[in-house]
Design a protein around this ligand. Sequence first.
Ligand SMILES: Cc1ncc(COP(=O)(O)O)c(C=O)c1O
Length: 386
Amino acid sequence: MTNGGVELKTPYYLFDESVLRRHITELYDIREKYTSDDLRFCYAIKANPFLIPYIDKLVDHFEVCSWGELKICMHYKVDPDKIILSGVNKESGMISDALGYGVRVFTAESMHQYDEIVRQVEKTDIQIRLLPRLSNGAQFGMDEHCIEEIIKNRDNHPSVNIFGIHYFTGTQKKKFSKIESELKLLEEFIGRLKSEYGFEPELLEYGPGLGVPYFVGDDFDNYYTVYEELVKYIADAKYSYRVNLEMGRFFVASCGEYVTSVADVKGTPDAPILILDGGRNHISYYGQNMVMKTPIITMDRENDNEAVPCDLYGSLCSFNDMIARAVMISKPQIGDRLIFESIGAYSITEGIYLFLSRDLPAVYIKEADGSCKMLRDSDPTYGINA
Ligand SMILES: Cc1ncc(COP(=O)(O)O)c(C=O)c1O
């Protein structure tokens, strides 16, 4: 990839707006097929905040989970009506900044958070809508009993309208059966809230954690199969409430690649070791622990049948920095560029960027008209470590 005719310096991330648009258009087309008008899209910006301006027109809401993420939304001038302020640690300053910015939808992940949100809202004449988050046993959300308490006493706080439930249990789900059992659990819980407390939610804010294919041999029938099963299920269920699908990975993974160059070649001719100018500090493929799986890697040159199995390492001077084993590459040379696919989600935010004080990779977007724009220059980190 070039920018103004100049080859981009590796390592870098490149996101493709057209791929993102095509993918989300496909999601809308499938939704249309089942006429699931009550299904909306909420982008969990933790997956890749750089894409906010590009996905803004394509989704209904943004899930924002930290004060820093809120500040990113302010930076991009995101419509506050699109924001759902979430997060397991909502500092009181984050809540007041959000209220000041115009955010009116909050999740509550604990009684303490609920009390603090109510306290701040009741000092103003603002009305907000609140989604208690149901726990699945981990550190997130509240147990059923706490949510019932909030709902039972909802009339005591008329400026805080409890208007639904928030639920997310985990990511990279490859089968619909797990998602189906979560939806059934929610149906049962919501049914009980209705029968016992007369509570009718308007919204289910639900993160299905849809998975994406990352590795050679991943057994996905089709990128959209589980999504389609989910849409069909929700359409058939004819809920009396709207459902927001709150997702990160599934929206943006496919639109990104990470490009890194071979910085050194050693080992033996039939089993070379390649040192890359990037490393695991820039790459986060969910499920790639212990390098048991091989990400999908392509090259910007012919890779013929003389290919030999190469072990790939990054520049981190750490035994943990093995990236992939036995990737077939013909005549590997210093300067070869390797392209790691499906890196649009989380790599940009989850990397261990400070280790070894290596520079942050640059970030580029290929815009819909084909032009390449730099979103962030490569940035040194040594100053943060000294
Ligand atoms: C509350 C919540 N919603 C949504 C997501 C997005 O998950 P995914 O990227 O699997 O769609 C996350 C991810 O951690 C999350 O914590």
